[in-house]
Design a protein around this ligand. Structure first.
Ligand code: FES
Length: 324
């Protein structure tokens, strides 16, 4: 049996027959004869997913239905972008930390601290670090204006459209207060880079309407950027959710109903080092039975999707989607 930590109590909720079931499901989803249709899933949601599962794999054990449901949703969301997660995702380690974010120094792959002054402004590369848990990618972005000068990002109140509630985003850090960090997990159905990424100003224009995925903007995204008077965007190609990196990754266009959670950064001006010290916004992992995630982002620390990153986290450039 495999144990997952779900809140306060350890419960044995997934056994090897469940894993076999999940493997069978992912195989069926890939099989051309029984191919899972992501568009149907996006338009019909749960109904399509459970009809598909019942028809091709068999019914879900009622006892474990709730847990399997979230797991299967993760698989189906990944299928939407053509990625089936591996068993590592399905069998996360038990997490024991339940409160308090780590203070993590941002380092490069050799362990050397990242210097804030050396971060390129408006970089088209996908620059990622994990925080507060392994497996939780976040964007690190040095924001600039259309001419490439760093832009000071002031503190702002961010609205969560799903609930109408607000929270405070503390603003940018670094020598120009232009450096920000946001979760790279889309708050709609969980797509991750490269399908969600930063669009520097030179890529926020009509040419991007017909660009191949994963750097195709929608007309709504362009219009929203114009109305919000922002030169750059974070956009998710999966279904078009658009976020405003200048204002706490607030929602510019749906279907997401939640902003990207923000990592709170600290800049040490004497060393030029950057630290991740917390997070604001909704929790990345929804855990409310009504589908509304907790407003306390520390809840991520007790999720079963990774282990705490500790006092250092590696920043890596994963790719430049515009060059492919
Ligand atoms: S996962 Fe649907 S828009 Fe990002």
């Amino acid at each position: 049996m495999i144990k997952f930590k779900l809140g306060k109590d350890d419960k044995t909720i997934l056994d090897y027959s469940d894993l076999a079931f999940i493997r069978k499901l992912t195989k069926k989803m890939r099989d051309p004869k029984t191919r899972f249709d992501p568009r149907e899933f996006v338009s019909k949601g749960e109904d399509y997913l459970f009809n598909y599962t019942n028809k091709n794999v068999g019914s879900v054990d009622e006892k474990r239905r709730r847990f399997l449901k979230s797991l299967i949703f993760g698989i189906a969301a990944a299928a939407v972008v053509g990625i089936i997660p591996g068993v590592r995702v399905l069998v996360p380690p038990t997490v024991t930390v339940t409160s308090g974010f780590p203070k993590s120094l941002l380092v490069d792959s050799s362990g050397n601290p990242i210097k804030a002054s050396s971060l390129p402004v408006n970089s088209p590369y996908i620059v990622i670090f994990e925080y507060p848990m392994t497996g939780e990618p976040n964007f690190l972005i040095n924001l600039g204006d259309a001419s490439g000068k760093p832009v000071e990002i002031p503190p702002t109140k961010v609205v969560v459209p799903q609930t109408g509630k607000t929270y405070d985003f503390p603003g940018g850090v670094g020598p120009y207060k232009s450096i920000v960090a946001y979760s790279a997990i889309c708050q709609h159905l969980g797509c991750t880079p490269p399908y969600i990424h930063f669009y520097p100003p030179q890529y926020v224009g009509p040419a991007q309407l017909s660009a191949p995925e994963p750097d195709q903007l929608s007309a709504q995204a362009l219009l929203a950027a114009k109305q919000a008077k922002v030169p750059a965007l974070i956009h998710c190609d999966c279904h078009g959710s658009t976020y405003d990196p200048y204002h706490g990754a607030a929602v510019l266009t749906g279907p997401t109903v939640r902003p990207l959670p923000a990592v709170v950064l600290e800049w040490d001006s004497s060393t030029d080092y950057l630290y991740a010290i917390g997070a604001v916004g909704v929790a990345t992992y929804p855990n409310g039975s009504n589908g509304i995630p907790s407003t306390n982002p520390t809840d991520d620390l007790s999720s079963s999707f990774g282990s705490p990153v500790g006092n250092k986290t590696v920043v890596s450039e994963t790719e430049n989607p515009f060059s492919s």
